[in-house]
Design a protein around this ligand. Structure first.
Ligand SMILES: [Zn+2]
Length: 591
């Protein structure tokens, strides 16, 4: 308990110590207005400022999208990181040491170790870059020359060269770093007790976090070899591939100057660099083909629109298509630019010029249209069977759209294309729902689905509690969550609120045991979409209360069957009565 107090006090001091105006102005230009500051909101795209910062209360609020909070919530939201990481980063900047949370270890590295890793990576990146001047870097310079990369681009992206197996190891040792540290950041590996640079002989692309720290490297081979063409740092304590977007740090710089109309998403480092060179300076790349929702959310911090610019028909590959759905599901407008003749963006710019490429971006297709076109190319529509299959597939794509108007529009086009009547297609859209019909489900499947349904409802309710939604009645929670994770969360939040803490989520990490900490982010990072109203809340509470009563009364009835203890039956029947009464209040399901 004392520990918990210490941690919440620490958060309070941290917020006090952090200059929120300075912090936020790194993401969006702030203009003085009266006693506060105004800006275009860094969380949603807007042209007129509705975002305000109060330097006295140290709070921010957006009247457009409703986001608001303190320095901790700001960093965690804009960088899309856990609260505890946001606290750690702000603490680093404020030069404050996180209190030791004994027993419930604060996740991750100590402040010193983390900053040592960053120093190591920065020193390594500089050294790789300096290596480019060495006589032995001839091949790297040739490659840079062949790709016609000017000095300012080489500098902007910090390109470098690894000259051998142990050159970097020796350099870092001379700077006082240990081989174990080099291994921990993914730079070195060891064969027996000999350490070597995993990027030896490669052209180096430093991967830089939003905070400007080098967190990883990508390396490209420069001559034909058996090695993979590209190699990235492995996942380390300072590098999470699924949360990193290459060149996002440059996007962040650009965002400070004004809104970004669209982000160009391409496949690799060299595409990004070639595009920046040609003036398309909002180009980024995911690390590998599979996009994650964390990456999508980070991109959304800078723009609402993404144009996919993969090589040839790169976007058509199935794995990639799923990534595009993820972008869309995060609320981004997704368009796909087709690169003709199997060329990559760099080749198009080189052979046909920047304007030709710009035209491709302008002609990019909305995601649904792109999917339908790729689908159509696979079928011969003059064959009746193929046409039927195509139609069913196409309807499945169309029905994923949110807007009924759009759905109807696309069905209209499909109707013209295939000759099927609109009413037939609409019926198809309604019936070709993916879930299997009830009767086909095994009991186990049905139970499992019900279980995840209940889990989802629980997650929503806990998220609403943590977010402090005004429709939440904490009294409901005691009944719904009599034990386990739900109970601990409820207790932690109630406790924090009693103490007057604004940011209750930070406390969760110190209050909950380690084996439950992985369940915290889904609650803190919950996205309230359709599930966010007094009515929905009421229905969810009712559902869980009923589920619980039903489960308990059935258990009691079963125990009665075994023991014939009449008190059990009485209790079971009483619960059933309460259940009927509750369901009656819900206005439905009454038998
Ligand atoms: Zn906003």
């Amino acid at each position: 308990m004392a520990e918990q107090m210490e941690f919440s006090e620490f958060c309070g001091r941290l917020i006090e110590r952090t200059d929120i105006v300075k912090l936020i102005s790194r993401y969006t230009p702030l203009r003085r207005m009266g006693s506060g500051y105004k800006a275009c909101c860094p969380f949603h795209n807007e042209k007129t400022p509705s975002f305000s910062v109060d330097p006295v209360k140290q709070l921010y609020h957006c009247f457009g999208c409703g986001k608001g909070g303190n320095a901790i919530t700001f960093v965690s939201e804009i960088e899309n990181i856990d609260r505890i990481d946001a606290i750690r980063m702000l603490a680093d900047e404020a030069n404050m040491e996180l209190p030791q949370l004994t027993g419930r270890r604060a996740p991750g590295l100590s402040k010193q170790q983390r900053s040592r890793y960053y120093d190591l990576m920065r020193d390594a990146a500089r050294h790789y870059h300096d290596n480019l001047k060495l006589p032995v870097a001839e091949r790297a310079r040739e490659y840079i020359k062949k790709r016609e990369l000017p000095d300012n681009i080489v500098t902007r992206f910090g390109l470098g060269y690894s000259v051998g197996f142990d050159e970097m190891i020796n350099f870092l040792k001379s700077k006082g770093y240990t081989a174990a540290e080099m291994k921990a950041v993914g730079l070195a590996d060891q064969r027996a007790d000999k350490y070597y640079d995993v990027f030896h002989g490669r052209l180096i692309f430093p991967i830089i976090s939003n905070f400007g720290q080098v967190v990883a490297f990508g390396g490209r081979v420069l001559e034909k070899s058996d090695y993979a063409k590209y190699r990235n740092s492995a996942q380390t304590e300072i590098f999470d591939k699924s949360r990193t977007v290459y060149a996002l740090n440059l996007l962040k710089k650009k965002r400070r100057a004004g809104p970004i109309d669209y982000v160009v998403m391409c496949e690799g480092y060299m595409d990004v660099i070639a595009l920046h060179k040609a003036g398309f300076d909002t180009a980024v790349a995911s690390m590998g083909t599979a996009l994650t929702s964390q990456q999508a959310k980070q991109i959304k911090n800078y723009s609402d629109k993404v144009i996919i610019s993969y090589d040839g028909d790169g976007a058509g590959q199935k794995a990639t298509m799923r990534g595009l759905d993820i972008l869309r599901d995060c609320g981004l407008t997704v368009k796909v630019a087709s690169m003709p003749d199997g060329l990559d963006p760099d080749e198009i710019i080189n052979r046909r010029g920047a304007d030709a490429y710009r035209k491709l971006l302008e002609d990019a297709l909305p995601l649904t249209e792109y999917k339908l076109r790729s689908l159509k190319a696979k079928y011969n529509l003059s064959d009746r069977d193929e046409k039927t299959k195509y139609t069913a597939e196409a309807v499945r794509i169309i029905r994923m759209l949110d807007s009924p108007v759009e759905i109807d529009e696309y069905l209209g086009v499909l109707s013209k294309e295939t000759g099927y009547d609109m009413s037939v297609l609409r019926r198809q859209a309604e019936t070709n729902a993916p879930p299997a019909p009830e009767a086909d489900k095994t009991e186990a499947q049905a139970t499992a689905e019900e279980q995840t349904e209940a889990d989802k409802t629980e997650t929503y309710l806990l998220a609403a509690l943590v977010a402090g939604k005004d429709y939440v009645d904490p009294a409901d929670y005691d009944e719904i969550f009599p034990d386990g994770f739900g109970k601990l969360v409820t207790e932690s939040v109630t406790d924090s609120r009693l103490k007057g803490l604004k940011d209750v989520s930070a406390m969760l990490y110190s209050d909950l045991p380690e084996n439950m900490q992985s369940k915290i982010p889904p609650i803190i990072d919950y996205e309230f979409k359709r599930l966010d109203s007094r009515e929905v809340y009421g229905a969810c509470v009712l559902k869980l209360k009923c589920d619980r009563l039903e489960r308990e009364s059935n258990e009691l009835a079963q125990k009665y069957d075994e023991s014939k203890d009449i008190t059990l039956l009485t209790r079971s029947n009483e619960l059933k009565r309460r259940l009927r009464k509750l369901r009656g209040q819900g206005g439905k399901n009454e038998r």
